[in-house]
Design a protein around this ligand. Structure first.
Ligand SMILES: [Zn+2]
Length: 86
């Protein structure tokens, strides 16, 4: 069974996942990573809240600023150099 190699790969897949651009198998990989990685799960939950709010109203995309902030967070979380500095 294939698994995501880590947060970096999760990070790359997440935006595709949210856009609905990946298949069921990849969804499972992302969900498996979420179960094992609390920081990623936290990010994902905040994204889910945003998406749910959108889905209750008129259909809309994740606002760009929210997406940018989350991607920024993920980059920092995924970047060993950044982690070493903090
Ligand atoms: Zn992770």
């Amino acid at each position: 069974m294939t698994t995501l190699k880590g947060c970096k790969e999760f990070c790359q897949r997440l935006s595709e996942y949210l856009d609905g651009e990946i298949g069921e198998h990849e969804c499972r990989l992302i969900e498996a990573h979420l179960a094992e990685c609390p920081p990623c799960a936290l990010v994902y939950r905040s994204l889910c809240t945003t998406v749910e709010v959108c889905n209750k109203g008129v259909s809309c995309e994740i606002p760009d600023d929210v997406r940018q902030r989350l991607l920024q967070f993920l980059r920092e979380h995924c970047d060993p150099g950044y982690a070493a500095k903090t």
